[in-house]
Design a protein around this ligand. Structure first.
Ligand code: UDP
Ligand code: MG
Length: 326
């Protein structure tokens, strides 16, 4: 039996909290009765600087049902990713695994059962993946799909159709804590941690109350953040473009010279045409090279962890260290 914490970031969610907490407490008591989770398991509501009554409500849930709820209040609005991280990092030492989910329960909470089962099987990370997007509007579906395509193209590897609905074991969370970068894009970082992982599928429902906190503008910003925080591929693209144009310019120089010597030009054309091509190509190439170094500096400043030991086989009995952290 494992201690599982459900971490839920909440930003202006007064409209959905009554229903959400009702459904989750029902699920929690079921899971407890069936002996799937310990009585120490909790639902953690993280208030991300809401301007409505969200925090007052969270306080109330904690006051009336402390056996189910814990509350965390951030000093101000920090955005979904940071609120999630704050919740996970605050509780990671008190549980065996954390499941993160949205306050609007668009992610089917019945998948939680399966996630816990997979965790018991030995998986450290269980991704919740949407099997269908029937309930999303055509526009949301298109932009979301475009998002994954773009991410992939730009070298940011993310799990397809997986939002932030996932289970993470304690050691995976400890791994996550080692990523000290400020621009943290969880969906991209979690696969980088490694350890055995698997997926469970569920159908995504409609938001039953309140409004989406992710309008298109925020989504674009989110995609941008994902790409620039994970990969230096855009810089690489500039370099390739520079090299290509430089090569084209070489060909153009030869072409211009041929024209010049065969006399098919007006005076001054050859030198002008050559300089435009050569300097243009050279400049872009140079910018790309500088970009490569900036990319390196960028990645170095993140000081990402280089490895995590998953298992350490040793027959020495003189220390009883548990190297597998389980
Ligand atoms: N959220 C947050 N801080 C923000 C924006 C959103 O904590 O600044 C939370 C929000 O309360 C919800 C989750 O992030 O629990 C996902 O938001 P939403 O459901 O609006 O996004 P969508 O499902 O439309 O992509
Ligand atoms: Mg939602």
């Amino acid at each position: 039996m494992k201690t599982i914490y459900l971490v839920i970031p909440c930003y202006n969610e007064e409209a959905v909290l009554p229903e959400t907490t009702k459904r989750l407490t029902e699920l929690m008591s079921d899971l407890r009765q069936q002996g799937m989770i310990t009585p120490q398991s909790r639902i953690v509501l993280v208030n991300d600087g809401s301007k409505d009554r969200t925090w007052e409500m969270i306080e109330e849930y904690y006051r009336t049902q402390p056996q189910f709820f814990e509350g965390i209040c951030l000093s101000r609005n920090q955005g979904h990713q940071n609120a999630l991280l704050a919740g996970m990092m605050t509780v990671k030492d008190r549980c065996d695994a954390v499941i993160s989910l949205d306050a609007d329960l668009q992610d089917d909470i019945n998948a939680i059962r399966e996630m816990i089962a997979k965790f018991e099987e030995g998986f450290d990370v269980v991704y919740g993946v949407r099997s269908a997007r029937k309930t999303d509007s055509a526009f949301k579906r298109m932009t979301a799909q475009g998002f994954y395509k773009l991410m992939h193209l730009m070298g940011a590897e993310v799990v397809y159709n997986h939002a932030d609905y996932r289970l993470m074991s304690r050691r995976a969370l400890e791994g996550l804590a080692e990523y000290r970068e400020v621009n943290l894009f969880l969906r991209g970082i979690v696969p980088m941690i490694g350890y055995p992982s698997t997926t469970v599928y569920y159908e995504r429902a409609k938001r039953f109350a309140g409004e989406s906190k992710y309008p298109l503008k925020k989504m674009l910003g989110f995609a941008m953040q994902g790409i620039t925080s994970l990969s230096v591929k855009p810089i690489r693209m500039i370099t390739s473009l520079g090299v290509t144009i430089f090569l084209v310019s070489m060909a153009m120089i030869i072409y211009c010279l041929i024209r010049h010597f065969t006399g098919y030009t007006v005076a001054g054309w050859t030198s002008t045409a050559i300089s435009v091509w050569a300097i243009g190509g050279l400049q872009l190439f140079a910018v790309g090279v500088i970009g490569e170094y900036i990319g390196k500096i960028y990645l170095e400043t993140k000081q990402r962890p280089k490895y995590f030991v998953q298992t350490y086989l040793s027959d020495r009995k003189d220390d009883n260290g548990d190297f597998t952290h389980r």
